[in-house]
Design a protein. Sequence first.
Length: 584
Amino acid sequence: MKLPSMPAWLTHYQRQWLSGDLTAGLIVTVMLIPQSLAYAMLAGLPPQVGLYASVLPLVAYALLGSSMTLAVGPVAVASLMTASALVPLAATGSPEYVALGILLALMSGLMLFAAGLLRLGFLAYFLSHPVISGFISGSAVLITIGQLKSLLGVALPSGNAFGTLTALAQSLDRINLVSAGIGGLALLFLVVTRKWLSPGLKRAGLAPKVADLMSRLAPMAAVIAATAYVAASGVDRTAGVSIVGAVPSGLPSPAFPALQWQQMNSLWLPALLISLVGFVESVSVAQSLALRRGQRIQPDRELLGIGAANVASALSGGYPVTGGFARSVVNFSAGAHTPAAGVISAVLMALVIAGMTGWFHYLPHSVLAATIIVAVTALIDVDTLKEAWHYDKADAISLLLTFAGVLFIGVEEGIMLGVVLSLAVLVWRSSRPHMAVVGRVPGTEHFRNIDRHQVDTLPGLVALRVDESLYFANAQLLEEKIETLIQTTPGTRCILLILSAVNQLDTTALGTLTELEKSLAARNIMLQFSEVKGPVLDRLHSTPLGKRMKNRIFLSTHQAFLAFTDAHALSMDTARRTPWSSMH
């Protein structure tokens, strides 16, 4: 792939777009500040690492990404996966832990960038929607349970959901009531503003867009109020309320992470999973927003953009990033026209890091926990489960198993289980293809299932339509189906396979059909094909089966029916003439 020297949106930038990009950049920055601090805490990293991951990645994506409104930066699921990968390797928050987080971002970025150069954008569709829903919903519940210790001001060991809840139940007497009070009020405020602020402002006459944006900025108001209260009351000293503390000011110096084989060997799988989940999540968000404006997303460009964003995050001391749903929606609603809004957010975040980090000193951890809880609970997707349960229980079971895997086994194990389930469901469905005996709709050249429609059939001819590609998992099933039809249809002289839905014949299926043709011929039953697709036919011609069936492959099922009718009439005529001829 040839990388553009300058993005198209920049070379064709229009002056009237600037006001929308400026407004969106400012609003997203106000939203990004508390989120970057909270998600860094979720990842087990110092708060400044979240800020660092909110500057250069935005610029890198703007230069290479294809979405006009995707807001890149720290997100909840990637933060949880980062913590899951790093906790077994180093002490949380230690310099080694931070270095591993930076290396994880670099490896993830390089993987994504390489996939973009190789045009592997189709990976966006590798995981089914129910599996992704189960993974994200499970992660959201796990994050919520994990944040209870910060919300309540009590130390709990890390573990799965059941272990955390058990430890919490045993530690109720050690809850910091002041910290829990501050966090509880913040949680209540955020829930109320999320649910009722926007409708209330709209009823009061405020413009819908402004009302929605004000409700989205409630977390920043909670952060400011809580920080001011702790600074004024001194409850961090008198009541032991846990606070963020000193956050280093000044922009980090770009540096390439140290590469050690042992660390890279431990991180390659988490990096791959973070890349896959982050990419799928980003493309889903970007596509949904692009459709609203009639724009298009290029998955290969998204790989490059998100990959570059992660490499930029690593070079600036950050950790893995991807496109965030809530921020992207706000960016879109605030009027962003181009990725310039992201560049503006990056500039503003750089100013915050350069001189305003002291404002976060008294920010209580319980408020950050409340911010995370409210943000991630919105990701719990019950609607997809209900829809899948009514429409396709296999998808619903995949969702539930992925959800349970994340909660009780682990984050990495949960997503790997989801990948396996996606493939297993695909193989299971294709291994049981729909096959229908068809007949001609009277007076037409159309053929339909004899069990669903009033159709005409020809005595001695069984026309079987196969609605799936044939391969090792279902070839035997086809053979069994044909044998059953022969046994239940006396007088069968021809089996016609309609292969209009067959896109691929693998070696196993070819072998099965070859043996089947020989077996049928030995019983004076002819095997015929119709409506074979060009690529399948091209490969079939050079095989022994294709050569044996040279004159028994028809362009259409109609032609096959006509040929059988003509052959049947000829044989009947011959049968009628044979006795007369024998007398002479």
